[in-house]
Write a protein that binds this ligand. Structure first.
Ligand code: NDP
Ligand code: BG6
Length: 493
């Protein structure tokens, strides 16, 4: 039996089908799943949007998305045609009741096994509740696992709005039907964190405050905000990246071992971490959180305009394009170990990585020989772009005498696994179809993450007398980001 015949038929209703995410991520991912035989034999993708498109023009738009963004490169004619047969389009306003009468009848296909229906909200967040309200007219959806709903980020604007959205969602669906996306969780290297930590016996004894000095989580991007000015200017780096992606990375590093690899066990352990994160008092925010906004600068020898001059951005915007935090996880394992997080746009390099800096050796017998080599051990989990793991150790440099030199022991995905990794969206879409919510955010996880950053958002919104822009495009954020770690006698690694 091939893989696709084992899967239940599915109809994916893609709201916001005319948009950027659909063409750039969702459709290329579905196309690759189609090529890999990971879609069921019977499936349909029904795009919904207001734009006046025909099925033909929608398919053409999706094809361009695949050609440009698929990890496999441009589609081949015959393969594309076979996929395109499954693509359909409904033009409608999102608040049009008759649309939903139609959508909720999509299951009447006459297929031998009735399909599961996945409502995928790839729309701007202000449309989420409009769609949910309309679906709420059909009480038969609630609790029926054949119906699932996928919510893109951002999930709320703060704790209050996230709670309200959860409340509304849970009036229409049950938690088991809800898939809140954080695409970082679908990345191979992010999933590997649990395999690395809990599939190897050697880490657990040193994975704690006794051996680890501090942890750094960096997600720096070279890209700016592209065409997403309207969204980004109301969000900023803290909401866009830290509340979700970086907090999830922190949880994976800090969580306790689950007894079983099940969705709820893992999510429970992550929530425990978030509840253990020390609340930042509003008065302490300046000592624990840094924000920045890029001004004009240079990247790769090209001039880059200031954030405030980007399309759809307020010319006096106080939105941060860089954020750095210092957090503590108050439990037995991590007491006193700072977790430094930073992320930003228009930075000198694209790096997503987690560094665990170990404590120095307790006594150095080589002290009199060479003082500059005393770099403590460091373990770096490289999420992107050079997927792999690096362990920095000290070695004797060949030659007479005893001279130490830092050397890296590393493995690189490309060299070890001779197969292409699926894109995060491919993994997530398969999990949605298989009804496995482990890589998605549960209601309490989202709310716990907002609880951590809400006080910072509040203080930042109150204090608008800023010296923005305070770093140039192409730099590693404002000088205060250096001070955040320097005040603890540390540096960014
Ligand atoms: P778009 O701005 O491209 O919007 C998607 C579609 O929604 C548009 O094509 C448009 O379709 C419709 N739409 C947009 N604005 C309105 C409006 N004011 N009223 C009614 N309809 C509107 O969004 P993206 O595709 O970029 O993002 C979709 C979702 O995915 C968002 O929640 C976003 O935060 C999230 N996301 C996006 C990422 C990205 O890289 N793009 C990355 C991660 C998450 P039409 O006019 O035809 O109805
Ligand atoms: C998205 C953010 O969630 O993640 C974007 O909204 C950001 O601003 C993107 O660019 C980064 O994702 P990745 O997978 O490219 O690291």
């Amino acid at each position: 039996m091939n893989k696709s015949s084992q899967m239940e038929p599915v109809i994916i209703v893609l709201f916001g089908a005319s948009g950027d995410l659909s063409a750039r991520k969702v459709i290329p991912a579905l196309y690759n799943l189609h090529l890999d035989g990971l879609l069921p034999q019977q499936y349909a993708i029904v795009g919904v949007a207001r734009s006046s498109l025909t099925e033909e023009t929608l398919r053409e738009r999706f094809r361009q998305g695949v050609d440009q963004y698929s990890r496999r490169g441009p589609a081949k004619e015959q393969e594309w045609d076979a996929f395109a047969e499954h693509l359909h389009y409904i033009q409608s306003n999102y608040d049009e009741p008759t649309l939903y009468d139609r959508l909720t009848k999509l299951g009447d296909t006459g297929w031998e096994t009735p399909p599961n229906i996945v409502f995928y909200l790839a729309t701007p967040p202000n449309l989420f509740t409009i769609v949910i309200d309309q679906l709420g007219r059909f009480s038969e959806l609630q609790g029926d696992i054949r119906y699932r709903i996928v919510i893109e980020k951002p999930f709320g604007h703060d704790l209050h709005s996230a709670k309200a959205l959860n409340q509304r969602l849970l009036q229409v669906f049950e938690e088991k039907q809800i898939y809140r996306i954080d695409h970082y969780l679908g990345k191979e290297t992010v999933q590997n964190i649990l395999a690395f930590r809990f599939g190897n016996a050697m880490w657990e004894p040193v994975w704690n405050r006794n051996f680890i000095d501090h942890v750094q989580i960096t997600v720096s991007e070279k890209i700016g905000i592209g065409r997403r000015g309207q969204y980004y200017d109301s969000a900023g780096a803290l909401r866009d990246m830290i509340q979700n992606h970086l907090m999830q990375l922190l949880c994976l590093i800090a969580m306790e071992a689950p007894t079983e690899f099940t969705a709820d066990q893992i999510r429970n352990k992550k929530v425990d971490v978030m509840h253990a994160i020390r609340a930042i008092n509003k008065a302490d925010v300046p000592a624990f959180a840094v924000r920045g906004q890029y001004g004009q600068g240079w990247m790769d020898g090209q001039p880059v305009q200031a954030y405030r001059c980007e399309k759809d951005v307020d010319i006096n915007s106080n939105t941060e394009t860089f954020a750095a935090l210092k957090l503590f996880v108050d439990n037995w394992r991590w007491q006193g170990v700072p977790f430094y997080l930073r992320t930003g746009k228009c930075m000198p390099g694209r790096v997503s990585e987690i560094s665990l800096q170990f404590r120095p050796v307790p006594h150095h017998p080589f002290a009199h020989l060479n003082t500059q080599v005393f770099q403590p051990n460091r373990l770096v989990l490289q999420i992107e772009p050079n997927e792999g793991v690096v362990l920095r150790t000290q070695a004797k440099e060949p030659g007479m005498g005893m001279k130490l030199k830092p050397v890296d022991m590393s493995y690189c995905y490309q060299d070890v696994f001779h197969q292409a990794s699926p894109d995060a969206y491919e993994t997530l879409l398969v999990d949605i179809m298989r009804n496995d919510p482990g890589l998605f955010m549960r209601a309490d996880q989202v709310e716990a993450a907002w609880s951590v950053i809400d006080p910072i958002l509040e203080v930042w919104s109150e204090n608008t007398e800023l010296n923005f822009p305070n770093y140039q495009a192409g730099q590693w954020g404002p000088p205060e980001a250096e001070s955040l770690v320097a005040q603890d006698r540390r540096t960014w690694l």
